[in-house]
Design a protein around this ligand. Sequence first.
Ligand code: TPP
Length: 365
Amino acid sequence: MPRKPIKTKPKVEYLSILDETGRIDEALDPKLDADRSLYLYRLMVIARRMDERCINMQRQGRIGTYGPCRGQEAAHCAATLVMEPEDWIVHAFREPGSFYHRGWPLETVLKFWGGYEEGCQPPAGARDLPISVPIGSQIPHAMGIAWAMKLRGDNHAVLCYFGEGATSEGDFAEAMNFAGVYHLPVVFLCQNNQWAISIPRERQTASETIAQKAVAFGFDGLQLDGNDALAVYAGTKEAVDKAKAGGGPTLIEAVTYRLGVHTTADDPTKYRTGDEVEKWEKRDPIPRFEKYLVRRGVLTARLKDELEKDVLGEIAAAVERFEASRDVDPLDCFQYMYKELPAELVEQREEFRACLQREGIKPAH
Ligand SMILES: Cc1ncc(C[n+]2csc(CCOP(=O)(O)OP(=O)(O)O)c2C)c(N)n1
C-alpha cells in the first residue's frame, strides 16, 4: 500500500500573451481584428475616464460615493467582450466598461453611485443582473442562472465578476460546489486586485493562487495576467466556449491591481506603500495595449485624439442627462422595500418629511 501523490484531473494553468512593452506571444494571439481591438481599447478608455469624472463629481458632492476600477480595465473590459447578448453577466460594482458594453446608459451608473433607485436597473432586455455591492452574494445568483439555463437547454453561458475578497465568503464556496456538481455553464471571474479594502491578498487566503481553488470543486482554474487585455480575452473566450460546449465551469483569476482608492471613502496610503503602487503603475493595462495597437498600425496619434475627445464628450453628455433627471423625491427611499410600511418606518418617514420641510425641500408625496 504505497503512499503516492494524487493526480487531479482538473488543471491550473497560467496565461499571459502581451508583455509590458506591448510585445505579443504570436502562438497565443487570439487574433482580434482591427475594429474589435480598437473597440476594446475604447471600452478601457471609457472606464478610465468615467472613473476620473466620477471621482471629481464625488469630491464636488454631485454623487454620493464611487468605487473606481483604475488599473482593472483590461480585466473587466476584455472579458465582457467575449459574451454574446444572449449570455448572462452578473456584475459586482467595479466594471463600468462592461456596463457600457452591455448597453447601460452611463447616466444609469451615475445614478447608482448617486444613490438613486433607477441606477439599480439594467437596461430592458439586457441579460445582466443589477450592480452588486454585498461582497460575494452575486456568485450563487450566477450559478443559479447557469443551472436554469442548463435545465432549459439554453445553450448560453454566464460570466460572474467578483474580487479576491469574495472568495473568503461562504457564498463563493457554495456556488463553486453546485457549479462543479451540476457541471454548469458558468465562468467565475475573480479580479484579484491584491487588496480587499485594507486586507492584502496574502492575508485573504493561504492558497498559493486563487485559481487553484477550482480544483477542489472538480473543475479547471486559470490564472492569467489581468493587465493583459489579450490574455483576459483569450482565457475568458476559451472558458466560455468550453461552458457552451458542455464542458462545465471554470474559475479564472485575473491578476491585477487596484491603482486607486477602494472607494471615495478610503485612504490607501494608510495601509500600502507608494513603492508598491509605483510598481503596478508600470504594468498599467491601457498603455500596454496602446503600445501593441500602435505597433500593429491599428492606433495612430490622430485616432487616439479623436477617440479621447469622443469619450469625454459622451461622458459629459451623460453627466448632463444625469443632472437633469435628478429631480427625485428624497422620501422615495421609503418606497420600495415594503408593500405596507411598518409603523417605525412610517414614524421615520414623517420625521424625515418634517426635516425636509425645515430645510425648505418640498416632498412630492
Ligand atoms: C457581505 C459584505 N461584507 C462586507 C462588505 C464591505 N466591503 C465592501 S468592499 C469590501 C472588500 C471587497 O474586496 P474584494 O472582494 O477583493 O473586491 P474589491 O473591492 O477589491 O473589488 C468589503 C469587505 C460588503 N460590501 N459586503
